[in-house]
Design a protein around this ligand. Structure first.
Ligand code: COI
Length: 354
C-alpha cells in the first residue's frame, strides 16, 4: 500500500469485552466493540470511520434489500505466539471482493480503504482476538447498495462495512453431506463465482430440506446435468483419489476459494500431485466403493479443513474412511494451522502482521 487514508475513530464508552464469554463463541453471533464504515457517493469513497458496533439507519427502499446488490468476504486474523496479530492472505480477499463488485455492477473499493480499514479496526479491537487453540477473529467485509430507489438499475450509492467476530470452528465435526441433484446453486454465466448475497439466499431452501433429512451440508452439482461436483456453498471441496489431490476447477459457478488455493500450494510444496478439473459424481462414488478415493474435505475460511464422513447420493449413504487416518488432509491442515498461528515459518508470505 502506498497511500494512507485518514480514518476517524469514535470509541465505545464501555467495552463489552468483560461481559463476553470466550468459551461460548458460536460462529458469527458475537461482534467486537467497533465496526468500520465508508460511504460511496458521487463516484468516490468518502468518510472512512470506525464507530461503535451497532445498527445502521437506512431507508426501507434501499436497492440492496429489493434487488440484492450485496457482496461480502470472509477473512481471519490469528493471535501469534508473541502476542501480535496476523491476518491471513487479505490481499487475495481484496482482489476477490472487487471481482464480485464488478460482476454485481458495484464500485470497486480502494485498496487502502479495504486494507487499512481492516488493520485499524483490528488494532482498535485488538483485545478481542482470541488466543485459544483453533480460534480466530473472523473479519467480514461487506458492501451493499444504499440508494432509496425502486427502479431496477445499479445503485448510485453504497456502504462498505467491516465487522469482526471472535470465533471457533464453523463445523465442529465431520460432515454427512448429500449430493444435490434437484436444486442448483449457480449457472454458467451467472454469479456463482462472486461472493454475493443471492448465491447464499438461493441455497437456503435446499439446505433446510437437507437438514431435515439429517445432512450437514450439500455437495452442489452443475446446473445442466447434475453429474459434476462443484462446491459446498460454505466451502470448496477437495478429494484424495489415487494419492492425488483432486478438486473441481474454478469456473463461473465455483468460488475461487483462498483456503482452496492455499491447500493446493501446500500440497504441491509437499510433492503431492494436484488435479484441478471436472470431477464427476460417478468418479467420487465409484472411488469410495473401490477404495481409490481415500479422503474428502471441505475447505474455506470459516470451515477451515472439515472432513466429509458420509456422502449420500440418490438416497444411499457412502461411508468414507475414518477421518483420523487421513494423512493428506490432516497433514496439510496441520501445516496450514501452524503457519496461520505463527508456529511454523511462513515461507509463502501469507501472514500480514498488523
Ligand atoms: C467464509 O468461509 O468466510 C464464508 O464466507 C463462508 C460462509 C460462512 C458463508
Amino acid at each position: 500500500m502506498t497511500d494512507t487514508i485518514d480514518i476517524k475513530v469514535t470509541k465505545v464508552e464501555q467495552s463489552r469485552l468483560t461481559v463476553t464469554d470466550f468459551s461460548q463463541l458460536p460462529f458469527g453471533k458475537v461482534f467486537t466493540d467497533h465496526m468500520f464504515l465508508c460511504d460511496y457517493e458521487d463516484g468516490a469513497w468518502k468518510n472512512p470511520r470506525i464507530v461503535p458496533y451497532g445498527p445502521i439507519p437506512m431507508s426501507p427502499a434501499i436497492s440492496a434489500l429489493h434487488y440484492g446488490q450485496a457482496i461480502f468476504e470472509g477473512i481471519k486474523a490469528y493471535r501469534q505466539p508473541d502476542g501480535k496479530i496476523s491476518i491471513f492472505r487479505p490481499e487475495k480477499n481484496f482482489d476477490r471482493f472487487n471481482k464480485s463488485a464488478k460482476r454485481m455492477a458495484m464500485p470497486e473499493v480502494d485498496k487502502e480503504i479495504f486494507m487499512q480499514g481492516m488493520a485499524e479496526l483490528i488494532n482498535v479491537d485488538e483485545k478481542w482476538v482470541p488466543s485459544q487453540e483453533d480460534y480466530a477473529l473472523y473479519i467480514r467485509p461487506v458492501m451493499y447498495a444504499t440508494e432509496p430507489y425502486l427502479g431496477v438499475k445499479a445503485s448510485d450509492t453504497y456502504t462498505f462495512a467491516i465487522l469482526t467476530t471472535p470465533t471457533g470452528k464453523y463445523y465442529t465435526k465431520s460432515l454427512r453431506v448429500k449430493v444435490e441433484t434437484e436444486f442448483t446453486r449457480a449457472d454458467d454465466g451467472g454469479v456463482g463465482f462472486a461472493k454475493t448475497a443471492g448465491n447464499y439466499a438461493r441455497s437456503l431452501y435446499p439446505f433446510e430440506v437437507a437438514k431435515k433429512e439429517g445432512f450437514d451440508q450439500l455437495l452442489w452439482t452443475d446446473a445442466q446435468t447434475h453429474e459434476f461436483i462443484e462446491e459446498a456453498g460454505t466451502a470448496n471441496l477437495l478429494f484424495v483419489i489415487d494419492g492425488k489431490l483432486v478438486t473441481p476447477s474454478v469456473r463461473t459457478t465455483v468460488l475461487d476459494g483462498v483456503t482452496r488455493d492455499t491447500i493446493i500450494q501446500l500440497a504441491k510444496a509437499n510433492g503431492i500431485e494436484v488435479e484441478e478439473r471436472r470431477l464427476s459424481v460417478k468418479e467420487v462414488i465409484e472411488g469410495i466403493e473401490n477404495g481409490r478415493l481415500t479422503e474428502a474435505f471441505a475447505a474455506g475460511t470459516a470451515a477451515t479443513v472439515t472432513h466429509i464422513g458420509v456422502i449420500n447420493y440418490n438416497g444411499k449413504d457412502y461411508q468414507l474412511t475414518d477421518p483420523e487416518t487421513r494423512k493428506v488432509s490432516n497433514g496439510i491442515a496441520k501445516q496450514l494451522n501452524d503457519i496461520k498461528y505463527g508456529l511454523a515459518t511462513d515461507n509463502f508470505g501469507w501472514n500480514w502482521i498488523v
